[in-house]
Design a protein around this ligand. Sequence first.
Ligand code: PMT
Length: 401
Amino acid sequence: MKQLSNRQILLGVTGGIAAYKSAELIRRLKDRGADVRVVMTAAAMEFITPLTLQALSGNPVHTTLLDPEAEAGMGHIELARWADLILVAPASADFMARLANGRGDDLLTTLCLATAAPIALAPAMNQGMWRDAATQANIHTLTERGISLFGPAAGEQACGDIGPGRMLEAEELAALAANMFNHRLLDGIRLTITAGPTREAIDPVRYISNHSSGKMGYALAAAAADAGAIVTLISGPTNLACPERVTRIDVISAQNMFDATIATLGSCQLFIGCAAVADYRPTNAADQKIKKDNETMQIELVRNPDIVKTVANHEKRPITVGFAAETQDLIKYARGKLERKNLDLIIANDVSNTNIGFNASDNAVTAIWKEGETTIPQMGKNQLSTQLISLIANQFFAVKN
Ligand code: PMT
């Protein structure tokens, strides 16, 4: 059985140069077994003809809200009910602004308002428009409402600019659409994940640590459990409740985290190193509280073992995913860590931006593997985790059709 057999996908096409990719997207969705119907905005028809999309989808293309013919056949409420998923690709900045404002001024926005189906948007626009505060606010509103974002990718744009805003390729979009229906993507897979900070004792009352709250690792653990994984969460000190259906092992120091992780090797098929592990610890932690007798003091530090690198080079090596928390040259340093540590995937996290990364509710990352990379824009850590787990499952555990 194909991944999208018996699935009814309503493809919304809005006005943008990337509309030409919608034709290919229909083919990729149909390859996976989907029944595809297309709704085009007026602007979309400036870029590609309904006839092309009708021929490829094998269904009439819907273009206007008040088309008496369409109303007699598939009216907007029927279409909204028909869809198992509404995928808007390309989704222009204007379309997202109208959707964020609850407008119902054309067929596509009306359908999105009326439907109970999940909605996914594949943004496509100039990098300046993507970065604009109004667009980012609209995206925030839409993702808060549970609408999924597929992409955008970064790179060279039709207008000659370079940056984020390129629509994902048809194959990537079809895979992400398929993942929306598969909630058991990691069924029975044993995952070990580290989260939170470590604390490295200076003396019985003081320690070296960092700002990790554990939110990102806990959200990933929850998303993996939702996807059917059997999850062991090895957590440094946090204030978070353990997600449902997750086994938590509490640790304090990097050495504790290392020992607990190594003990799971052999039985785990996937490891995600999300913890902010202290790279160094005091060489000798004092047995008693250190007295402040001197104006200055020096603490000698010694390197901690590298957990993710040890896992990735272990004889019982699982698929190994690391994070790279960087404040500059994000992609370059992350790629370096991917290679040096022998990882399968690395998730690059710009921690210079206080709205994302350490202790924030949102994050924005670029997932990088040997042959490619994909950027997930800023959104809540829970939603981002669902996308990351889909990506990991798709890259390393997917049953190909
Ligand atoms: O916990 P939150 O507040 O939600 O914040 C999330 C986060 C910013 C901590 C998270 O998204 C993140 O980026 N985690 C990795 C932090 C980090 O230590 O990055 P790094 O670039 O220094 O390390 C690279 C990789 O090596 C990481 O997978 C890390 O877990 C691992 N590592 C590092 C040192 C060490 N001794 N052992 C390791 O396994």
